[in-house]
Ligand binder design. Structure first.
Ligand code: B3K
Ligand code: ZN
Length: 872
C-alpha cells in the first residue's frame, strides 16, 4: 500500500504549458492522442519525467516527433517515466482506452450510450499518461471525433472553435479550446445523443453568456428549475463577491450514472441527473432544494476551485469548504436563513460529529491519505465550511469580503494552500489568525463545558467555558492546542428580553482562546438565561449545562430562532434518552413533562414559520441520538424514540390533525419556501398521526387519500413512506401502484427502493435482498446502490443493527461484490460498520467480524482497504 503525506509535497519538476488532445471514439475502444508542450522547471538537473497512467494501452511515445525506443522510458501499471528528456520539448503519447468497460465511473466511461468523464481527483490518468496533479496548469485544446448518429453532440471545456466531417464515413469532429490554464482534474468530455435547453445571462459588465443544459430528449421539460437556479447563482456571486462568469458559454450535462452529485469541470459541468431534473410530479421539495444548492455549488467553484485551485489534494477543503460555505449562504438567502442554518447543523451533527469521533477522523486539512477519493468527506466539506464561517464571524462580513478580494487578487490563476487563504484573510484585515489555524490541523470535535454564576451584589455575571478535544487517530487530545473559538452569546431576562442591545445587536461574540476562560458581564441586574452558541457559531459539542426549565424557556422565547430549535432538539433528545435509560433499567417509564409543555406551546402558538415548527417537531434521528450514548443498544434506542413519538401523537392528536388540515395546499402548487414549509409541517403532523398504536383507520385513510390524490411527489412519497412501516395488503397495493406508474422514471424509482429499505418492519432485510433482483435495480448504477443498500445500512438504524447480525453480513457481501465494480462507491458503503466501538458488546463482535472478512478479500481495492483497515 502507498501512503501519501502532506509534508512530502514537492513542486513539480516539469510544467506543461499546453496540451492538445484528440479523442477518436468507437464502439469498443477510444484512441487518445495527447500532444503536450513540456518544460523543465529546474535548469540544472536532468531529472526524469514521471507521468501517471492507469488502465491504459500504450501505443506510442514521441519526443519532438521521434518515436522513443523502449530503453528510453520505463512503463509500469501506474506510470510512464521518460528517462532523460530535454529541457523543452513536445511530447506525443498515443493510448487506447475502453470506456465501455469502465464501471468504476472514473476517467472516460459511458453512462448508457453517453460518453462522459470524471477526472477529479485522479481520473485523468485513466485517459492518458500525464502528470496528474492539481498544481500543473495547462491550456487544453480538445478534438473529438465520433459517429454522427451515435454522438451528434460532442462537448469539452471552453469555446467551440471548429467543426467538420471526417473522410471515414458517417463520422464528424469538433474542436474545443479552453483559454484558461487548468489542472487536468477539471478536464471534461461528453459525447452522445443529447438535447439541450438554452438560455442567456447578461453579466454585470454586459457580456452575454449562453447557458445550456444537456439532457436526454425525454427530460427536456424537467430543466426549468435548474436553469432558474443557475441564473440566480450567477447573479448572487456578482452581487455578493463581485465575481463574474468568464467564458461565453456555461454548459451543464445530466447523466444517470455518476459517483457523486456533480462536477465543476471548467465551462462544462457534469451532473448526476438527480441534481438537474425536477417536476412537481417527480421531485420532492428536498430535491428542488438539492438541485438549487448543487447547481450553485458547482457554479461557485468557477472562482473558488477553478480560477484559484488547490496546490495538492491535502488542500481539498480550500475549494470545498469555501464553496460549501458559499452555497449555504446562497441557499439561506434564496430560502430561509434559519431553516438553512438548521439543516447545515444537522448535517454536521448527524454525520460529521460521527466521523470526527470514529476511526476515520481527520483534520479539515488531512496530513495523510492512502486513497484521496476517501477524503471527500463531511469533515473536508462541511466542517471546512464551518471553519470558513468562523473566519467570517471573526472578521465581520465586510472584513471577510476584503479578504476574499485580496485572495483573488493575489492568487487568480494559481494553485494554492489553505495557509494562503488564511493569510489573505489576515492581511486584508490586520487580524491575527495564527491560533485559528489549529482548526485546519487538529481533528476531533472540541467539547465545551460551561458554568455560570450571577452575583446579585455586584450585578455581575460570570461565564466560565472550558474546551477539550478528544483523542483522534494519530493525535492525542492532551497534546492538542486550544482552538480560537468564536462564541456567539445572548443573555436574556426571564421575560424574554435580550440584555445586550448595542446597535440593535443582541448577540456578542466572545473569543475563547484558552483551555479555560471566564467572561464577566457587568450591570446585569437580574439572573440571566444564557443563549449560548447562537446560530451555532462554532463546530463544537456543548455539554448541556442548563436545567430543562431553561431549555424549555429558550425553546419558546429565544430571540435567536436558530437557538429555539437548538433548545427544542436538546430537550427532545434528552427526553428520548431518558426513556432509553429507563428501558435499560426496566423501571416504569416516566416522562419529562417540560418537554411536552414546550411542544404544546409550539403547536398552539401563532405559527411564524411552518418550516421551523416542523423542524422543531421532528425528533432527532437514531444515528444522532446514538452519538450521545456510550454503548448503543439499537433496539432500545428505537423503542425509546418510538415511545416518545407515540406519546406526543396520543397527547396531541387533535392538534396534529388541526395542523394537517390547516396546512393543506390552498390553490396552485408552488415551490416557494412558504409552501414547502407548509408541506413539511403538514407531513410532519401526518407522520405523528400515523405513528399511533394501535393504528387508527381514519388516519390510515387520510394517508391513503393523500397518496392517491396528490399531484406532487413530496406528498405522494411521504404517504408511501408512512405506510411502508405498516405491512399488509394495502401497503403492497400502493407499492405496486407506484411501480406501475413510475417504472420508466429511474430517479423516481430510486425513491421506491429507498423507502422499502428504510421500513422499520422486521422483514425489511428480506425485502431488500429480494429487491436486488428487481429488473430496475443495478449494481452498476450508484444511485440505485445508494437507494437500496445505502438507505438500508445508513438510513435504517434498527434493522441494519438487528441482533442476528444479518444486516452486517449483508452489507459486507454487497461491499465485496461492489469492490470489483466500483471501488469508490464500495468504500462509501463501509461507513456504518466503522463505528462498531459505539455499540454494545454483542454487536461489536458481529460488526468487527464483517470488517475482518472484507479485509481478507484478495485484491481488495485501496479505497475499501484504507477504510476497513483503519477501522478494525
Ligand atoms: N469536486 C467534485 C467532487 C469530486 C469527487 C471525486 N471523488 C464535486 C464538488 O464538490 O463540487
Ligand atoms: Zn465542491
Amino acid at each position: 500500500k502507498t501512503v501519501f503525506f502532506r509534508k512530502d509535497y514537492k513542486a513539480p519538476e516539469y510544467s506543461i504549458e499546453k496540451i492538445d488532445l484528440n479523442f477518436q471514439l468507437y464502439d469498443t475502444k477510444t484512441k487518445v492522442t495527447a500532444i503536450s508542450c513540456v518544460r523543465r522547471n529546474n535548469k540544472e538537473n536532468r531529472s526524469p519525467l514521471i507521468l501517471n497512467g492507469e488502465n491504459l494501452q500504450l501505443i506510442s511515445v514521441k519526443i519532438d516527433g521521434n518515436v522513443l525506443s523502449s530503453s528510453e522510458y520505463i512503463l509500469d501499471n501506474t506510470s510512464l517515466t521518460v528517462l532523460t528528456p530535454p529541457a523543452v520539448f513536445e511530447l506525443e503519447i498515443v493510448t487506447e482506452i475502453y470506456p465501455q468497460e469502465n464501471k468504476a465511473l472514473e476517467g472516460l466511461y459511458q453512462s448508457g450510450p453517453i460518453f462522459c468523464t470524471q477526472c477529479e481527483a485522479e481520473g485523468f490518468r485513466k485517459i492518458t499518461y500525464y502528470p496528474d496533479r492539481p498544481d500543473i496548469l495547462a491550456v487544453f485544446t480538445t478534438r473529438i471525433e465520433a459517429d454522427v448518429e451515435k454522438c451528434p453532440v460532442m462537448l469539452s471545456n471552453g469555446n467551440l472553435i471548429e467543426t467538420g466531417s471526417v473522410e471515414e464515413g458517417g463520422r464528424h469532429f469538433v474542436v474545443w479550446k479552453d483559454p484558461f490554464p487548468k489542472p487536468c482534474y477539471l478536464f471534461a468530455l461528453v459525447a452522445g445523443r443529447l438535447s439541450c435547453v438554452n438560455d442567456e445571462f447578461i453579466t454585470s459588465s454586459g457580456r452575454a453568456v449562453d447557458l445550456k443544459i444537456y439532457v436526454e430528449e425525454k427530460n427536456l421539460n424537467k430543466c426549468d428549475h435548474a436553469m432558474v437556479s443557475l441564473k440566480k447563482a450567477m447573479e448572487w456571486d456578482e452581487k455578493t463577491y463581485g465575481l463574474e462568469y468568464d467564458l461565453d458559454t456555461y454548459m451543464i450535462v445530466a447523466v444517470d450514472d455518476f459517483n457523486m452529485g456533480a462536477m465543476e469541470n471548467k465551462g462544462l459541468n457534469i451532473f448526476n441527473s438527480k441534481y438537474v431534473l425536477t417536476s412537481p410530479e417527480t421531485a420532492t421539495d428536498e430535491d428542488y432544494i438539492g438541485v438549487e444548492g448543487v447547481i450553485a455549488h458547482e457554479y461557485f467553484h468557477n472562482w473558488t476551485g477553478n480560477r484559484v485551485t488547490c496546490r495538492d489534494w491535502f488542500q481539498l477543503s480550500l475549494k470545498e469548504g469555501l464553496t460549501v460555505f458559499r452555497d449555504q449562504n446562497f441557499s439561506a438567502e434564496m430560502n430561509s436563513p434559519t431553516v438553512q442554518r438548521i439543516k447545515d447543523v444537522q448535517i454536521l451533527r448527524n454525520f460529521q460529529f460521527r466521523e470526527d469521533s470514529g476511526p476515520m477522523a481527520h483534520p479539515v486539512r488531512p496530513e495523510t491519505y492512502e486513497e484521496i477519493n476517501n477524503f471527500y468527506t463531511v469533515t473536508v466539506y462541511n466542517k471546512g465550511a464551518e471553519v470558513v464561517r468562523m473566519v467570517q464571524t471573526l472578521l465581520g462580513r465586510e472584513g471577510f469580503r476584503k479578504g476574499m478580494d485580496l485572495y483573488f487578487h493575489r492568487h487568480d490563476g494559481q494553485a494554492v494552500t489553505c495557509d494562503d487563504f488564511i493569510a489573505a484573510m489576515a492581511d486584508a484585515t490586520g487580524t491575527d489568525l495564527e491560533q485559528f489555524k489549529n482548526w485546519y490541523c487538529q481533528a476531533g470535535t472540541p467539547v465545551l463545558e460551561v458554568s455560570s454564576h450571577w452575583e446579585a451584589d455586584s450585578s455581575s455575571f460570570h461565564l466560565t467555558v472550558t474546551q477539550n478535544c478528544p483523542d483522534t487517530p494519530g493525535q492525542k487530545g492532551k497534546n492538542k492546542k486550544p482552538f480560537h473559538i468564536p462564541l456567539a452569546l445572548g443573555l436574556m431576562t426571564e421575560n424574554g428580553k435580550d440584555l445586550f442591545g448595542k446597535n440593535g445587536c443582541k448577540t456578542e461574540i466572545l473569543h475563547l482562546k484558552e483551555q479555560k476562560q471566564t467572561f464577566t458581564f457587568t450591570n446585569i441586574a437580574e439572573k440571566p438565561v444564557v443563549s449560548f452558541l447562537r446560530d451555532f457559531s462554532a463546530p463544537v459539542d456543548v455539554k448541556t449545562f442548563q436545567q430543562d426549565e431553561e431549555l424549555a424557556f429558550l425553546m419558546k422565547y429565544d430571540s435567536n430562532l436558530y437557538n429555539r430549535w437548538e433548545s427544542a432538539t436538546r430537550l427532545s433528545a434528552s427526553t428520548i434518552l431518558d426513556v432509553v435509560r429507563q428501558l435499560e433499567k426496566g423501571t416504569p417509564i416516566q416522562f419529562n413533562e417540560l418537554f411536552f409543555d414546550g411542544v404544546l406551546h409550539s403547536i398552539t402558538e401563532k405559527i411564524e414559520d411552518p418550516a421551523l415548527l416542523a423542524l422543531a417537531l421532528e425528533l432527532p434521528p437514531e444515528t444522532a441520538l446514538a452519538l450521545q450514548l456510550d454503548s448503543v443498544d439499537p433496539d432500545l434506542l428505537f423503542q425509546g424514540r418510538t415511545i416518545i413519538k407515540r406519546e406526543l401523537a396520543t397527547r396531541f392528536q387533535n392538534e396534529f390533525l388541526f395542523l394537517y388540515i390547516n396546512n393543506q395546499e390552498a390553490g396552485k402548487y408552488r415551490i416557494s419556501p412558504e409552501a414547502m414549509g407548509r408541506r413539511r409541517l403538514k407531513n410532519c403532523a401526518l407522520s405523528y398521526l400515523m405513528s399511533l398504536n394501535p393504528p387508527q383507520d381514519k388516519f390510515l385513510q387520510l394517508c391513503i387519500d393523500q397518496f392517491s390524490k396528490s399531484a406532487n411527489m413530496t406528498d405522494t412519497i411521504t404517504a408511501l413512506r408512512l405506510i411502508s412501516h405498516h405491512p399488509g395488503t394495502t401497503r403492497d397495493a400502493l407499492f405496486t401502484d407506484f411501480y406501475r406508474k413510475w417504472e420508466h422514471d429511474s430517479l423516481v424509482m430510486d425513491k421506491w427502493f429507498a423507502i422499502q429499505a428504510m421500513s422499520s418492519h422486521e422483514n425489511c432485510l428480506s425485502t431488500v435482498k429480494h429487491l436486488l433482483s428487481d429488473r430496475l435495480f443495478s449494481m452498476e448504477n450508484p444511485n440505485k446502490v445508494r437507494a437500496l443498500i445505502g438507505a438500508f445500512s445508513s438510513g435504517n438504524h434498527v434493522q441494519f443493527h438487528a441482533i442476528n447480525g444479518e444486516g452486517y453480513s449483508f452489507l459486507a457481501d454487497m461491499i465485496l461484490q461492489l469492490d470489483s465494480i466500483n471501488p469508490q462507491i464500495a468504500a462509501r458503503l463501509v461507513s456504518p460498520l466503522t463505528n462498531w466501538k459505539r455499540y454494545e458488546k454483542r454487536r461489536q463482535i458481529l460488526m468487527k467480524k464483517e470488517l475482518e472478512r472484507i479485509a481478507k478479500k484478495p485484491g481488495l481495492s485501496p479505497d475499501v482497504s484504507e477504510i476497513v483497515n483503519k477501522s478494525r
